[in-house]
Design a protein around this ligand. Structure first.
Ligand SMILES: *Cc1c(COP(=O)(O)O)cnc(C)c1O
Length: 414
């Protein structure tokens, strides 16, 4: 099972889910039954077994000493966050709202870290009250944290998020290097470390995050090694030993035809070398990676029902009851430069070999509401269930649900 996930080619991405009687199964349940259980279409369904397998597979591949964090912005469904909190070593949150959700879901505040530009004063106060680690992204946060700490009589646990002087090559989204709204420029770190010392904040370490959705192991290794070396240099200026060193993540998943799965072995070797070095160079530091989509995306599907089948000048349109209002990313409008189709099938006709070319669109009055552009699908009728794979991350919460006033979607953890 574990190896099967690791080594399948891309469009076998769709084969992580089993089939029974021509129907796709999520968590061992047929889609048509899940649609009834959900009470409606459209819905998202996340497979607990696949989530567990994914974390187990990653743990097995990575050095035992490495800490694994879940970046919950990828999928903040409360039940899923609760489950992930029991599987990983920490949860990364990016707002006080996410922090509250993670705490309610049972995450240990000691193992929650709070990043994000534009943290409001009240959010910083909430974070100190909760006892989580704050990844400081601006010098402005430091005096606010010092007064919060004084007011509450509690330590303000801080790490500095560093905007490195390099980028993650080949990344879907770059989030470090050059001018950025994230973190504090590396060259400004020493004076902020001195200020942390003067303010008496509880310094714990550094957070570096270079980018997202990367499928090139060597680029990830390079960014992690550079991050480590930068942190080592900066640690000389720290008011106390580094205990926490978050080297970021950026592990991508294959979405589109021709994309290969990320090769974990070289990343694991590289991290082991860094951990070995840290044991003498930063002896108190625990190394952390933070992953969102890599942990959850492939365990989830979006399911929407066909409500019309119509031809326009020779092109077949399957019109579904949901689209970009629930799944902006699959429509191509969430950061893609060139629109490509997510893997899609007809979930209740999984075994059928007769195929036709069709476009799957949602119900919104905009041509952007396109889930699949002229792809080969099993021959579908009104009432059939369209399945969009690789949908467990950046789905519902990353979509404009209110746009055009259609019903909200439902989420199931099965
Ligand atoms: C978004 C984000 C992540 C998660 O990115 P994925 O591509 O989902 O793995 C991790 N860390 C930070 C700081 C982020 O902003």
């Amino acid at each position: 099972m574990i190896d099967a996930i690791a080594s399948k080619p891309v469009h076998a991405a769709m084969s992580q889910f089993e089939r029974r009687d021509g129907e796709l199964l999520v968590g061992g349940q047929k889609l048509s039954i899940l649609a009834i259980r959900a009470g409606q279409t459209p819905f998202y369904a996340y497979d607990r077994g696949l989530l567990r397998t994914r974390v187990a597979q990653l743990r097995q591949a990575m050095p035992a000493q490495l800490k694994l964090h879940y970046a919950m912005k990828a999928n903040p469904m409360p039940a899923l966050v609760g489950m992930m909190a029991g599987l990983v070593d920490g949860i990364d949150v990016a707002s006080a709202g996410e922090m509250k959700l993670a705490l309610n879901a049972g995450a240990d505040p000691q193992e929650i870290s709070f990043a994000g530009p534009g943290k409001r004063d009240v959010e910083l106060l909430q974070a100190v009250a909760a006892g989580v680690l704050i990844n400081v992204e601006s010098p402005r946060e430091l005096p606010v944290l010092a007064s919060a700490s004084q007011e509450l009589g509690l330590p303000a646990r801080v790490a500095l998020r560093v905007n490195p002087d390099f980028e993650l090559k080949g990344s879907g989204m770059k989030m470090g290097g050059g001018p950025k709204q994230f973190g504090i420029d590396a060259e400004q770190i020493p004076k902020n470390l001195a200020w942390i010392g003067r303010l008496g904040l509880a310094f714990e370490g550094f957070h570096l995050f270079a980018g997202s959705q990367n499928l090139r192991a060597e680029a990830i290794c390079e960014a992690q090694a550079k991050s480590y070396h930068l942190a080592l240099r900066l640690a000389e200026h720290a008011p106390s030993p580094v205990k926490f060193l978050n080297l970021g993540g950026g592990f991508g998943i294959p979405y589109f035809p021709g994309e290969q799965r990320l090769d974990l072995a070289p990343i694991a070797d590289n991290l082991q070398r860094l951990i070995d070095r840290a044991s003498s160079e930063l002896p108190q530091a625990g190394l952390v990676i933070e992953l969102g989509r890599y942990l959850v995306a492939e365990a989830g599907v979006y399911v929407t029902r066909i409500i019309d089948r119509k031809m326009s000048r020779g092109q077949l349109y399957l019109v579904a009851d949901g689209g970009l209002n629930h799944h902006l990313a699959a429509s191509g409008n969430f950061g893609q430069v060139i629109r490509k189709n997510y893997p899609v099938t007809i979930g209740n006709k999984a075994g059928e070999s007769a195929r036709e070319s069709a476009s799957v669109v949602g119900p919104l009055c905009t041509p952007l509401d396109l889930l699949a552009d002229r792809i080969e699908l099993p021959i579908a009728e009104v009432g059939d269930l369209v399945v969009v794979f690789q949908s467990g991350a950046y789905g519902r919460s990353a979509s404009p649900e209110g746009f055009l006033g259609h019903p909200n979607c439902v989420e199931l953890l099965v």
